[in-house]
Ligand binder design. Structure first.
Ligand SMILES: Cc1cc2nc3c(=O)[nH]c(=O)nc-3n(C[C@H](O)[C@H](O)[C@H](O)COP(=O)(O)O)c2cc1C
Length: 171
């Protein structure tokens, strides 16, 4: 799959087949996460790869979107590492660490799609609930959860705003 095809073909997948991930898939997703850019290359992020069904169910309960967490064989939880404060102060904690996670999540989503897998970025969840379920240390703030699995179907592409609304050309 070339890059444009991967970017345009990726969809948020919320329905999964009752199948495990293929051999090597989790490793490929970890590699994609690891090589995402980050502020000052501090890589102020950490990712939990959760396959345990009970923990997936508990994470789903933190989001109110339980079905997708139970159906996906893998849930990746991305957390910002707030210790970036030492280097970048509030810009580090309030912006860079979140962006570090976001850049890695996009790599994860695109790689999942390129592997023929489906995934969805879940941002709506109670952070303290996720921190409790995974026993996260206080310096890790959960930012995104990504259920990953073999897609049952690829949804049609949702609309995008017009180029006029999205872009300003400054000649
Ligand atoms: C920051 C962020 C938070 C999101 N949170 C959720 C969520 O909580 N639940 C969900 O089903 N989808 C969530 N999504 C996925 C979006 O709904 C989806 O990307 C959007 O509708 C466009 O569809 P597409 O990804 O198929 O292009 C989130 C996406 C982003 C970037």
């Amino acid at each position: 799959m070339d890059l444009r095809e991967t970017i345009l073909g990726r969809r948020s997948v919320r329905d999964f087949r009752d199948e495990p991930l293929p051999e090597g898939a989790a490793g490929a997703l970890k590699e994609a996460i690891l090589w995402a850019p980050s502020a000052g290359n501090l890589q102020a992020r950490r990712f939990w790869f959760v396959t345990n069904p009970g923990i997936r169910r508990a994470l789903g309960a933190c989001s109110g979107q339980g079905k997708v967490f139970e159906a996906a064989p893998l849930v990746v939880v991305g957390a910002a590492d707030l210790r970036i404060r030492k280097t970048y102060r509030s810009r580090g904690t309030d912006l860079y660490a979140l962006q570090d996670v976001a850049a890695a999540v996009q790599n994860l989503l695109l790689t999942a799609h390129a592997l023929g897998l489906g995934a969805v970025w879940i941002g709506a969840f109670r952070e303290e609930c996720v921190s409790r379920v995974l026993d996260l240390p206080p310096h890790h703030r959960p930012v995104a959860m990504v259920p990953v699995g073999v897609p049952a179907r690829l949804p049609p592409p949702p609309p995008r705003v017009s180029p006029d609304r999205a872009f300003e050309d400054v000649p």
